[in-house]
Write a protein that binds this ligand. Structure first.
Ligand code: NAI
Length: 445
């Protein structure tokens, strides 16, 4: 929790912030092993067959399911199922029925829409209704308070309300693992995927490689994948060797000192994983650098070093991975992009080009890895509390930290949770997608 959040969370600080209309961020509910998925009853709104099937499936999860609101009862979540929209007029009834329960949401509650992708609509009316859910959800998320979030699941052709990855995404969005994901719509692109036997160990038996794991977000990814049951190969540059060894010790993994921009990086990663761990299932491309300058002052050195590490290395490593017979058993790749690559950021043309590149690469690689029964996705973090953001000038930092729906920066663990989800078989029916972990940034896209 940052100092400002501490100050305005209680006592006099809280009263003053309220009077002056200052941001009042709350402490978010984050996942702790063994904690309940959601705190309070789950209201499932919607009268379609898909809504009924979803309700009976969720009953088996031991959740307190409601099909109708009970007056004044505090809710842990509302799931609004809109999977049969034929015209924008169809939105009114289910949406206003859900609206009547919004005041009953408990702190840190969840609102989740389940609808279909507009791209697969067969008529303009259907497309309009489906795209309408996008605008509705993003606006609703901005109206929620007290750590509550709103996110949407979009079903592509071939996916329905009870497909494995629809349920996987629902679990993720309901849980504390998605604390800093807000205002996002995630597409389930196929009926593939499999829910884990043990929800606390979704990565049991998997061998994962994490690049840039010596510190920051990479170290948090290593800890989260370890908690979820994976065996780890941690990669970082030789100069970060001591830190890398310390993280590797903590997560009982092995350290591989390697500059990922080397031509032989992909082969060295595969050789190390297979020699030391017997297999390779998951690759997390996290290593990244910034060399900020206004474009008018940009030089070739800054431009090229960012391109080389942030995107060219990933392209080259992926090519080797996809050609390898050691990366064929439900292989999964998750890349770290950035909201800079979506909304743009002053002084970051080189970085945003590389991170936009990551998202383009992920989309185009999905069918290639899909041919081996695998998936590839990206996570785009917004403002995350790391050494990198701690070095920003105070005013810029404070603005970036507060200008999101949750009025606070995210933690490295928040990015790690989204990556762990996308690396799991529960997300096997999600590929070629970008999930933002940005608290619903208010500036830019
Ligand atoms: P960081 O600078 O703290 O850590 C990056 C790690 O990558 C370091 O350990 C570094 O040694 C390693 N690395 C750099 N070049 C390498 C290379 N050529 N080969 C192997 N390892 C290399 O950065 P942070 O904040 O943890 O960021 C991690 C990822 O998240 C990056 O891709 C970054 O662009 C992205 N990101 C970070 C955000 C933030 O707010 N901190 C926001 C959006 C994206």
């Amino acid at each position: 929790m940052d100092k400002y959040t501490q100050l305005v969370s209680r006592g006099l600080g809280k009263d003053i912030a309220k009077k002056l209309g200052l941001p009042q961020p709350v402490v978010l509910r984050r996942h702790e092993p063994g904690q309940p998925l959601v705190q309070g009853p789950v209201l499932i709104q919607g009268s379609t067959a898909g809504a009924d099937e979803l309700a009976s499936t969720l009953l088996a999860w031991n959740l307190d399911i409601r099909r109708h609101a009970v007056p004044k009862e505090k809710l842990g979540a509302i799931i609004l199922v809109l999977d049969e929209l034929a015209h924008p007029d169809d939105l009114e009834k289910p949406v206003l029925a859900a609206a009547a329960s919004l005041r009953d949401l408990a702190p840190n509650a969840r609102v989740i829409t389940v609808s279909r992708t507009a791209a697969s609509a067969s008529t303009p009316e259907i497309a309009a209704a489906r795209q309408g859910v996008d605008g509705l959800l993003r606006s609703l998320a901005k109206e929620l308070r007290a750590g509550a979030t709103g996110n949407g699941i979009l079903l592509a052709d071939g996916a329905d309300t009870t497909s494995p990855s629809t349920l996987g995404a629902l679990r993720f969005f309901l849980s504390g693992r998605s604390a800093y994901v807000d205002g996002q719509l995630l597409a389930v692109t196929s009926g593939a995927g499999q829910l884990p036997d043990d929800p606390e160990k979704p990565l049991a038996g998997k061998v994962a490689v994490v690049t840039g794991a010596a510190r920051g977000i990479g170290a948090a990814i290593a800890r989260t994948l370890y908690r979820d049951g994976a065996a780890l190969v941690l990669v970082d540059v030789p100069a970060a060797g001591d830190h890398l060894a310390a993280v590797a010790n903590e997560v009982r993994g092995t350290a591989l000192q390697l500059d990922i921009s080397r031509a032989d990086a992909g082969q060295r990663i595969i050789d190390h994983a297979v020699e030391r761990h017997g297999r390779l299932d998951l690759v997390i491309h996290n290593a990244g650098i910034t060399r900020d300058k206004l474009l008018a002052n940009m030089d070739a050195g800054r431009w090229n070093s960012v391109t080389a590490v942030n995107i060219a290395a990933q392209l080259r490593i992926n090519e080797v991975l996809l050609a390898s017979e050691h990366f064929r058993s439900a292989p999964r790749i998750v890349s770290v992009a950035s909201t800079s690559g979506i909304a743009g950021n002053r002084g970051q043309t080189n970085y945003a080009a590389s991170k936009g590149g990551v998202m383009g690469m992920v989309r185009a690689t999905a069918p290639l890895i899909g041919a081996h029964g695998g998936s590839i996705n990206a996570v785009a973090p917004g403002f995350i509390e790391t050494e990198m953001t701690a070095r920003m000038p105070f005013v810029t930092r404070e603005a970036a930290r507060r200008l999101n729906s949750l009025q606070q920066g995210g933690q490295p663990e928040d990015v790690a949770e989204a990556i762990a989800f996308l690396a799991s078989d529960a997300a096997g029916g999600i590929s070629g997608e970008v999930l933002r972990v940005c608290g619903q940034q208010l500036v830019g896209a």
